[in-house]
Design a protein around this ligand. Structure first.
Ligand code: 2M8
Length: 453
C-alpha cells in the first residue's frame, strides 16, 4: 500500500516514489514471462491487461515488455483471435469461471493443449503497446527489439484481420462484441441486450470474485453472472465458430469503444510499418481498415447528444447511454474537427469530468447524469485509470496538451491520495475500489510518471 502523499501534485521526490511503488507492483505480479492482472482476483494472463502491462514493463525493461506480448500471442487462435484470458496460474490460485467452463478444445481454431484459453477477446490495445515499447527502446537494444517486432507484426495484422472480418461481416467498420466480458463487463451499455435473454440457466456455480472483494456491491450481480455464463454455454455450443454465432446467437453488439481502439491500433501498426518491414499489401489493408473504422464511427455519431452510440445487431436498436464509450471519436483520434470540438465540450461538462461533485476531473465509466450510474459499482460509474490513459494519449495526439496534462496529474493525484494502485476509483471521494495492486493501474502510472516526450 502506498502511504498517502501530502504533495500529490508531484515533486520530483513524490513522483519517483510513486514510480518505484508502481514498479514494485509489476515485479510482485510478475510470473516470469507473463504478469498476473492482479495478485488474487485475477491470477491469469488477460489480453488487454497484458498490453497495458507491457507499456509499464517498457519503462523498466523493453525485453520483458516484448516477452509479455509474445507470450500472449503464443495463445492466438488460428482464426487470429487473441483470447481474453490465457489460463496460466496453478490450481492453488483459483479463478471462476475457469477453463472447464469454456472448453475451448471444442473449437478446431483453439491452440493445442496444454494452452488453455477462453474463446472471446478484448479491445486490441496491443499494437499501441508495441508502438510505445519501440518509442522507449534505447539505441543499443534497437536491433534486437526491431527483430522481435518484425516477428510479432504478422500476428498483430492477423489479429486485426480477425476483428475487421469475422467480427464485422457487414463491413461496417464497427466490431461486434459477443460478450460483456469483452472489456467492460457490467456497463449499462449491455443491460438491454442481457434483459432480452429470458431463460438463463447456466447450471450451478459458485462465484469467487464477491468473496475476494468482500463488498458485492462493487461487482456485477448474480443476475448478470447467470447471463454471462449462459452466453458462454451458447458460444461453447457453437464451438466458437463465428459464422454460427452470427446466425444464432442472441448477444451481438456493435461496440464503438472497441471499434475506436481498433482504429487507433491500426494507426499504430501503420506507424510501425517501416520498423517491421511491412509489405505493401499489409499497409494497404491496414489503411483500408483504418478508413472504414473511422467512417463507421462517424456514421454512429449522434449530433444531438454529441456522443457516439453502440447498436444492437439483433434488434437494430441504438444504445443511447452516456458512458465513456460515447467518446469513441476521441479514442480514435477523429479527424473531424466538429465532432472533436463537440466532444471536448461534453467531456468537461457536468455530465462527465466537469461534475462539480467529483474529487478529480477524470472521465467516469458512466455519467453521473445517467439513471444506471452507481459510483462504486465496477463499470457503472467508477473511474478506471486505463480508460483515462487511453483518453490522455488521444488528447496529446490531437494537440490538446493542456487538457491531457491535467488528466495525467489528476490521475496520478488520485492514485497517490487513495494510497493504492486500485482497479477503479469512486468519482466523488476518489476512494480505491475493487482489486488492490492491479497491474494495469501500476503500468499506466509508470507511463504517466516518465518524463514527457
Ligand atoms: C474484469 O473482467 C474479468 C472477466 O474477464 C472479471 O470481472 O472477472 C474486466 O475489468 C476486464 O476488462 C479486465 O480485463 C479483467 C482483468 O483486469 O477484469
Amino acid at each position: 500500500m502506498i502511504s498517502a502523499m501530502q504533495d500529490h501534485e508531484g515533486t520530483a521526490d513524490t513522483s519517483a516514489k510513486l514510480r518505484d511503488r508502481a514498479a514494485a507492483v509489476l515485479h510482485a505480479n510478475d510470473a516470469g514471462q507473463w504478469t498476473k492482472a492482479s495478485p488474487h482476483l485475477y491470477p491469469h494472463q488477460w489480453s488487454w491487461d497484458s498490453a497495458f502491462i507491457a507499456i509499464g514493463w517498457a519503462h523498466l525493461d523493453v525485453r520483458r515488455a516484448m516477452t509479455e506480448l509474445e507470450q500472449l500471442f503464443a495463445a492466438q487462435w488460428s482464426t487470429g483471435l487473441v483470447p481474453h484470458i490465457v489460463f496460466r496460474a496453478g490450481p492453488d490460485e483459483p479463478y471462476f469461471p475457469g477453463p472447464e467452463w469454456w472448453d475451448c478444445a471444442s473449437s478446431s481454431a483453439a491452440p493445442p493443449l496444454p494452452i488453455q484459453t477462453t474463446g472471446i477477446c478484448q479491445p486490441p490495445v496491443h499494437a499501441v503497446a508495441v508502438q510505445r515499447i519501440w518509442q522507449l527502446t534505447p539505441q543499443a537494444q534497437r536491433p534486437e527489439i526491431r527483430g522481435r517486432i518484425q516477428a510479432l507484426y504478422p500476428r498483430l495484422v492477423k489479429w486485426h484481420r480477425y476483428l475487421a472480418t469475422q467480427r464485422d461481416p457487414e463491413a461496417s467498420g464497427l466490431v461486434t462484441a459477443y460478450h460483456p466480458w469483452e472489456g467492460t463487463d457490467n456497463s449499462p451499455r449491455w443491460d438491454h441486450a442481457l434483459a432480452r435473454i429470458k431463460v438463463a440457466e447456466p447450471g450451478s456455480y459458485a462465484r469467487l470474485d464477491t468473496t475476494e472483494i468482500g463488498d458485492p456491491s462493487q461487482r456485477p450481480t448474480d443476475w448478470d453472472y447467470d447471463r454471462y455464463l449462459w452466453l458462454v454455454g451458447l458460444l461453447r455450443k457453437y464451438r466458437y465458430n463465428d459464422a454460427e454465432i452470427y446466425r444464432h446467437y442472441p448477444f451481438l453488439i456493435k461496440d464503438v469503444f472497441f471499434s475506436a481502439i481498433l482504429v487507433s491500433a491500426n494507426a499504430a501498426l501503420l506507424d510501425l510499418a517501416d520498423v517491421a518491414g511491412a509489405s505493401d499489401s499489409d499497409r494497404e489493408q491496414l489503411a483500408s481498415w483504418l478508413d472504414r473504422g473511422r467512417a463507421g464511427l462517424a456514421r454512429n455519431f449522434d449530433t444531438e447528444s454529441g456522443l457516439c452510440v453502440d447498436y444492437d445487431v439483433r434488434t437494430g436498436e441504438r444504445i443511447r447511454l452516456r458512458t465513456f464509450a460515447g467518446f469513441a471519436p476521441l479514442f480514435a483520434q477523429t479527424a473531424d474537427a466538429g465532432q472533436r470540438a463537440a466532444q471536448m465540450r461534453l467531456l468537461d461538462s457536468e455530465d462527465f469530468c466537469g461534475n462539480p461533485r467529483f474529487r478529480w476531473r477524470l472521465l467516469p465509466s458512466t455519467s453521473p447524469s445517467e439513471g444506471a450510474f452507481e459510483p462504486h459499482n465496477y463499470w457503472r460509474g467508477p473511474i478506471w485509470p486505463i480508460i483515462d490513459w487511453l483518453l490522455w494519449r488521444s488528447l496529446r495526439m490531437l494537440g490538446y496538451r493542456d487538457r491531457a496534462d491535467k488528466l495525467r496529474s489528476d490521475s496520478l493525484g488520485q492514485i497517490a491520495e487513495a494510497g493504492e494502485f486500485a482497479e477503479y476509483f469512486e468519482p466523488f471521494t476518489g476512494k480505491a475500489l475493487g482489486s488492490t495492486q492491479q497491474s494495469w493501474t501500476a503500468a499506466v502510472a509508470l507511463d504517466w510518471s516518465a518524463p514527457p516526450d
